[in-house]
Design a protein around this ligand. Structure first.
Ligand SMILES: C[S@@+](CC[C@H](N)C(=O)[O-])C[C@H]1O[C@@H](n2cnc3c(N)ncnc32)[C@H](O)[C@@H]1O
Length: 340
């Protein structure tokens, strides 16, 4: 489990994994749904615990990550795949180079992204495609200052001499492929990567013994929009097919995706509906002390569906580079577990 590559992702539970492992080890379950998978690290924990895993996110790039590392039990990128992927003597579209010129990365890096996107599309195995894209996402995150796509243009002030900012995206990609090839493993289960809103998951075909819920929370200030921070990766995951670039934005964003968890007026009802939907499963909800709705409200909503509700606590310091002071401060992390 220690080997899961750290993906700089807002709200990632990476650092809480040892604590989660202890908590989940006390529960009896054979299958688990990680309904808001993000970086995929919690799904990977379940996979390592030999559970049958359903991993879901309504964004395409997190679902691609879980296709590569959760659903995929065996496929890796071989020498000949890597050679074909990094063949730059191909005629490709130049959408990325044209669109993101002077926004993100150098010209060479942008050309590389166009060409490799073309080459990824030629792969026939969906798992190889997903694995190559996952390696590309981590490469892009490493080379983007602060790991978010809200900043662009002259980024010299962020250049602290880090190697990650200096080496080419192609070099990053080769390194990341080697890293991700190592973490593909078979847990002898039919795991599935899903890509939908939590409210549209079909509970006839996906009936997990346990569901882990880590939704975004209504932010105290700023906003918690994942598309705003990661629009470039979301676009890259599908070469922007079906997405409309908002041309008047400096960083060439795409439309944000509505989620009821981000707004005070819809969040409580969304939690109620979600608990109701998964009332036949053990429910494990992540919650942190700086969020809305408050802990008492969430516990009482869960009690409407579950006979016993236990709250586990741990203090946790977020290192994620968010400018709001609240996010940088120590917060208490809760795992609210509802059982029958
Ligand atoms: C707090 S993050 C999850 C972080 C994850 N547990 C990790 O450790 O990396 C919340 C995730 O919920 C996803 N999301 C937001 N609204 C959603 C919805 N209605 N249905 C499914 N996923 C949603 C976002 O795309 C984001 O990846």
């Amino acid at each position: 489990m220690e080997s899961y590559p750290l993906m700089r992702y807002m709200g990632s539970k990476y650092k809480l994994i040892p604590w989660f492992y202890e908590a989940f080890s006390e529960l009896e379950f054979d299958s688990a749904l990680d309904a808001f998978s993000g970086s995929g690290v919690v799904s990977y924990l379940f996979k390592s615990m030999d559970k049958q895993v359903y991993s879901n996110d309504f964004l395409n790039f997190p679902s691609t990550i879980s296709k590569a590392l959760i659903e995929n039990n065996q496929t890796t990128l071989e020498e000949e795949d890597i050679r074909a992927l990094t063949n730059m003597d191909v005629k490709s579209d130049d959408f990325i180079e044209k669109t993101f010129h002077k926004v993100f990365y150098s010209k060479d890096d942008l050309v590389f992204l166009d060409k490799i996107s073309h080459n990824i599309a030629q792969l026939t195995s969906p798992y190889k495609k997903a694995l190559a894209l996952t390696a590309l996402f981590r490469s892009c995150l490493k080379k983007q200052p602060r790991g978010v796509f809200t900043i662009s243009g002259n980024l010299e002030k962020y250049d602290d001499g880090r190697r990650d900012l200096k080496i080419s995206l192609q070099r990053h990609f080769l390194e990341q492929v080697a890293i991700y090839n190592e973490v593909v493993f078979d847990n002898q289960q039919e795991n599935q990567s899903l890509h939908s809103s939590i409210f549209e998951i079909d509970t006839q075909s996906c009936k997990p013994d346990l569901v882990y819920l880590d939704p975004p929370y209504v932010p105290a200030s700023d906003d918690n929009c994942y598309v705003k921070r990661y629009h470039f990766l979301e676009g890259l995951s599908k070469y922007w097919h079906g997405e409309q670039i908002m041309e008047d934005t400096k960083v060439k964003k795409i439309q944000k995706k509505y989620t009821p968890f981000s707004y005070k007026k819809t969040a409580i009802e969304a939690f109620e509906n979600m608990f109701d939907k998964f009332s036949d499963s053990i429910i494990a909800l992540s919650y942190s002390s700086n969020a809305f709705p408050d802990l008492d409200t969430l516990v009482s909503l869960m009690k409407n569906q579950k006979a016993t509700v236990e709250v586990k606590t741990k203090s946790h310091r977020y290192n994620f580079g968010n400018h709001s002071k609240a996010m940088r401060a120590n917060v208490v992390e809760y795992l609210i577990i509802g059982k029958d």
